[in-house]
Design a binder for this molecule. Structure first.
Ligand code: URA
Length: 211
């Protein structure tokens, strides 16, 4: 089952930058910068339907009615640690957004995601929540993170990633058919180690230079 609300970010700038990101020669500094640039563009797409209101303002020359975002404010939630590589670009686009973090690890015996960190704004229920993680691989961490955020009160949740595997999209859509997913690309499949193929390798290691 694919999310009904799957949007592939097919803008040429996103696709070009994603190809640069995937290349194994791309340095850590460039990887970080390009991930941030793509995330800013992804933020543009995920916020496309934010409601606007008209407000009276004055330019140096005359009064006018301007348009500003109304309604629910935003909260970005980064799935640690690689989500932080996306967070930066999202905050470039919406500097006033609130930020939450969730940390999950995979239990080596049960293979289920276990939460080790959660900090989100108290008013998360009144905000539009955008969860970020560069790679939607098995989908188990994403589904667990969304479940935990719903438990914390989040009601309207979208998920942004750079690359999704078909398996991860299925898992997330089955667990949470209500959430919209925005992905730079949907790749072929997962390999036996849980890496997305062709993918870009380990996003965390490439962002932080840990390998
Ligand atoms: N996480 C990554 O960083 N890369 C993958 O390919 C899958 C999960």
């Amino acid at each position: 089952m694919r999310p009904a609300g799957l949007t592939v970010l097919d803008h040429p700038l996103v696709q070009h930058k994603l190809t640069l990101l995937r290349q194994k020669e791309t340095s850590v500094a460039d990887f970080r910068r390009i991930a941030r640039e793509i995330s800013l563009l992804a933020c543009y797409e995920v916020t496309r339907d934010l409601p606007l209101e008209t407000v009276p303002i004055e330019t140096p020359l005359e009064p006018m009615m301007g348009r500003m975002i109304s309604g629910k404010k935003l909260c970005f939630v980064s799935i640690l640690r690689a989500g932080n590589g996306i967070l930066e670009g999202m905050l470039d686009a919406v500097p006033s957004a609130r930020v939450g973090h969730i940390g999950l690890y995979r239990d080596p015996v049960t293979l289920q995601p276990v939460e080790y960190y959660l900090k989100v704004p108290e008013d998360i229920g009144e905000r539009r929540v955008i969860v970020v993680d560069p790679m939607l691989a098995t989908g188990h961490s994403a589904a667990a993170a969304v479940a935990r955020l719903k438990q914390a009160g989040a009601q309207q949740i979208s998920f942004v990633c750079l690359i999704a595997a078909p398996e991860g999209l299925d898992v997330l859509a089955t667990a949470h058919p209500d959430i919209k997913v925005f992905a730079g690309a949907v790749d072929r499949s997962l390999d036996e180690h849980g890496y997305i193929r062709p993918g870009l390798g380990d996003a965390g290691d490439r962002l932080f230079g840990t390998k």
